[in-house]
Design a protein around this ligand. Structure first.
Ligand code: HEM
Length: 199
């Protein structure tokens, strides 16, 4: 069961990171999203491109950082990947996500959902960094589990959106709801389970 969950974690996070990077590298901007989102992306292309390419780094690196075997074998690699995760993924991805949240499709509910997600993403990342700087490994792990549960919002958002299309739910309603649903349960689950991961 544990192996299956870990396999799914790698599959969805690395898989979506590769998909997003490839799609936004090779397809015209906004060609794969709702037309209203497309015009928004075109008006803020620097914001959306920096958001996608930096956040992708966090999503692709994240799962490896939780492997105890990887950490033990390659401690300096864990440090370097951690710097890329926080410095590129969270710092740039978080601020550009916060910027893009002001223009998000789905009205005030979606804007506030994405905005709070971005703030918590930055806040948990900062706490994880400060904890390891003062040598508090336990606190570092705890904040990282919280932080990565928020990174995974990128995956849960797309899974719930696909489910809403299958269920034939109107897009703007689904999108605004999912702007919250994509991360609140993730964070609650992380709070409940973090003791099991922090080993
Ligand atoms: C966890 C914090 C995150 C926040 C606050 C955030 C916020 C946003 C916002 C506001 C948008 C624009 C949506 C709109 O205009 O309606 C967006 C789009 C996007 N984000 Fe994020 N995001 C986060 C994480 C990630 C991660 C980790 C990835 C990894 C690849 C990612 C990839 C994308 C992509 C590809 C889009 C373009 C829309 C699409 O193709 O579906 N985001 N994000």
């Amino acid at each position: 069961m544990r192996l299956i969950s870990i396999g799914l974690l790698y599959f969805f996070s690395v898989g979506f990171a590769v998909y997003a990077a490839t799609a936004y590298l090779y397809f015209p901007l906004g060609s794969l999203v709702h037309p209203d989102m497309k015009s928004n992306f075109e008006a803020h292309s620097a914001g959306i491109y920096s958001h996608i390419f930096s956040s992708t780094v966090a999503l692709a690196i994240g799962p490896f950082q939780f492997s105890a075997r990887f950490r033990k074998r390659y401690p300096s690699m864990h440090r370097r990947l951690g710097q890329a995760y926080l410095g590129i993924g969270i710092l740039i991805g978080g601020f550009s996500g916060l910027y893009m949240s002001m223009f998000a499709y789905g009205g005030l509910i979606a804007k506030s959902g994405f905005g709070l997600l971005a703030i918590l993403w930055l806040y948990t990342g900062l706490n994880a960094y400060l904890a390891i700087r003062r040598g508090d490994v336990t606190a570092h792990k705890t904040w990282m589990v919280r932080n990565f549960s928020l990174t995974l919002a990128a995956v849960t958002l797309r899974l719930y959106l696909s489910a809403s299309v299958v269920a034939d739910i109107e897009f703007s309603l689904a999108y605004a709801t999912i702007a919250w649903l994509c991360w609140v349960p993730n964070l609650m689950f992380a709070e409940w389970r973090y003791n099991n991961f922090a080993q």
